[in-house]
Design a protein around this ligand. Structure first.
Ligand SMILES: [Zn+2]
Length: 128
């Protein structure tokens, strides 16, 4: 039996919903999809520079799942760049969420978590 997919959290919805090679009509292009959670993984890991453990906590997924999301996103972007395909951004199991700050009781490290997510958080620094 398939496990239900845990809700993934994203900071905001993508503002741009399509990229395509210049000068090629869209009906001649193969169109790939980058889901909202894949977009968020790129934003957190590649752009903001979050460690995967931290980015995974923000998105309410395991580190392994985060790694898979990011890997798929990279493959989609590489396919579009190398082979001249378009990318539509949207869909997937993700909702924009408010965040609040939590502190680690052991090392005082502060970080953001999605409001309404599980109350159990592991510290991204000391793992306690
Ligand atoms: Zn800590």
């Amino acid at each position: 039996m398939a496990r239900p997919v845990k809700q993934r959290y994203i900071g905001s919805l993508p503002q741009i919903t399509q990229f395509k090679p210049r000068g090629v009509p869209v009906y001649e292009l193969e169109i790939l999809t980058l889901s909202c959670d894949e977009f968020e993984a790129i934003r957190l890991s590649d752009l903001a520079g979050d460690a995967q453990e931290e980015a995974a906590a923000k998105m309410n997924v395991s580190r392994q799942t985060f790694g898979r999301i990011l890997e798929k996103a990279h493959r989609t972007m590489a396919d579009a760049l190398v082979n001249g395909k378009a990318i539509n951004i949207g869909g997937g199991v993700a909702i924009p969420t408010k965040r609040h700050q939590v502190h680690c009781r052991h090392c005082r490290r502060a970080w953001q978590v999605p409001s309404g997510a599980s109350k159990e958080f592991r510290c991204p620094r000391c793992r306690r």
